[in-house]
Design a protein around this ligand. Structure first.
Ligand code: GDP
Ligand code: IMO
Ligand code: MG
Length: 443
């Protein structure tokens, strides 16, 4: 079969975790390529909720190898907390099931502290980050000051890198009245992590190549979403990594030709957590209704998510940037019975109508969405699993979205559980082995 890239086409929280977990039985390996524990991927299995942050969303299937690529920034404390939380839910995490790239960068104790300073300095223009140290860890990576997971394998190197960083960071800390960092205590902590994380560390690029050579299938898992991508998103209101398709190649050390298909996860409306422009945002009761019905609270920080109408300009642009082959449409069940449903088809900016997502955040601040209003459907979609049983008005809505974003829908998600999903067979067949997906779903 083929390797599939699964990523978000909006501002994250599209339901990637659910879809990755659902499709995992058709793959031998699930590999994350960017981000860190800023992500929150929720998976439900028979009523039990599991939230994944760093560990790929394939972990609930015991036969699957989960890979954490060089493109991630890893907090060892967060990794082992997640490992132990999963353990208490009966999910085993050990080096036979999870591989971590030696080239991934580590989140160090100074990163979240520096992030707080930087957010404070921005004042009203703060990004509203998850405060996990993600941005500063990527800053150090680009500045070539970063400590990599592989540095844990030589304690002399580890101590030296910590000492270099502490000297530099303490100068900044002094300016902001923060207490200085202490090399020895940080070294002791990370020496402890070295012992625990060591067995997980691998050359991930080589590992993936070996697996692919044996004919195994890989699912590449994106975190965040296209509009949070550091290059293609609503800069500066973005995360610090490439969540778009190109990130899979650089973030795992695989050539672009190893990616055979791209599935874009797309919510039937739009949400965003944190600051930044959001043209179709609703500030009225309808927004509150969607938030309540969709249970729109951040899986990582618990913050309420901002809600708005479906934005075809944004999703069409995301499909172009990522080369999306098919869409998995999630959460349309939330819109059942809410009356007419406006969909944004273009932006009015000054005297122009924009059909493509503007690359400047300050332009987005000023655009006025143009809407096409669709009838909506009164019937519940909750739990639907059969395309032919879907209400006519919903299928019409889906066809309009497909036309607007110029991409076909291959999956319709109608609830949080694996079984609450419509697999649109002809659209999905070329990308996943449906027999394996169905068998996994029934198991
Ligand atoms: P991710 O970050 O893209 O993995 O998405 P999150 O897990 O942060 O947020 C998606 C939320 O929607 C989770 O609570 C999911 O359980 C839930 N969800 C996913 N698909 C559906 C769906 O089709 N319908 C409903 N009602 N909820 C869904
Ligand atoms: P998943 O994978 C939604 C947002 C933050 C903030 C901005 C920068 O669950 O879809 P960061 O801590 O990354 O520097 O914050 O990005 N953000 C997310 N929003 N879903 C996510 O991940 C997010 N990860 C980061 O809210 O606006
Ligand atoms: Mg999430």
């Amino acid at each position: 079969m083929a390797n599939l890239l699964v990523l978000g086409t909006q501002w994250g929280d599209e339901g990637k975790g659910k879809i990755v977990d659902l499709l995992t039985p058709a793959f031998d390996v699930v590999a994350r390529y960017q981000g860190g524990h800023n992500a929150g991927h929720t998976v439900y299995v028979r009523g039990t909720k599991v939230v994944l942050h760093l560990i790929p969303s394939g972990i609930l299937h015991p036969g699957t190898l989960c890979v954490i690529g060089n493109g991630l920034v890893i907090s060892p404390a967060a990794f082992f907390k997640e490992t132990s939380d999963l353990g208490s839910q009966g999910v085993r995490v050990d080096p036979s099931r999870v591989a971590v790239s030696r080239s991934a960068h580590l989140i160090m104790p100074w990163h979240p502290l520096l992030e707080r300073v930087s957010e404070e300095l921005r004042g009203e223009k703060k990004i509203g980050t998850t405060c996990r140290g993600i941005g500063p860890a990527y800053e150090d990576k680009a500045a070539r000051f970063g400590v990599r997971a592989g540095d844990l394998l030589d304690l002399r190197v580890l101590r030296e890198k910590i000492a270099e960083n502490v000297t530099a960071k303490n100068r900044v800390f002094g300016k902001f009245g923060l207490p200085p960092l202490d090399v020895e205590s940080i070294y002791r902590e990370y020496k402890g992590w070295a012992e625990k994380l060591g067995p997980y560390l691998r050359d991930v690029s080589e590992l993936l190549h070996e697996r692919m050579k044996r004919g195994e299938n890989v699912l590449f898992e994106g975190a965040q979403g296209t509009l949070l991508d550091v290059d293609h998103g609503t800069y500066p209101y973005v995360t610090s990594s490439n969540s778009t398709a190109g990130g899979a190649s650089t973030g795992l050390g695989v050539g672009p030709k190893a990616i055979h298909g791209v599935l874009g996860i797309t919510k039937a409306y739009t949400t965003r957590v944190g600051g930044g422009p959001f043209p179709t945002e609703l500030h009225d009761e309808r927004g509150k209704t969607i938030a309540a019905r969709g249970d729109e609270f951040g899986a990582t920080t618990g913050r309420p998510r901002r809600c708005g109408w479906f934005d075809a300009v944004a999703v069409r642009t995301a499909c172009r940037i990522n080369g999306v082959d098919r869409i998995a449409l999630t959460k349309p069940d939330v819109l059942s019975g809410t009356g007419e449903i406006p969909v944004c088809t273009g932006y009015r900016y000054k005297r122009e109508i924009l059909k493509s997502f503007p690359t400047e955040s300050w332009v987005l601040d000023e655009v006025v969405p143009e809407y096409r209003t669709l009838p909506g459907w009164p019937e519940s979609l909750h739990g639907a699993a059969d395309f032919d049983a879907l209400p006519r008005a919903f299928v019409d809505y889906l066809r309009v979205l497909e036309d607007l974003v110029e991409t076909r829908v291959a999956v319709v998600s109608t609830g949080v559980e694996r079984g609450q999903t419509v697999l649109v067979e002809p659209e999905l067949r070329d990308f996943v082995d449906l027999t394996r997906v169905r068998a996994g779903r029934a198991a």
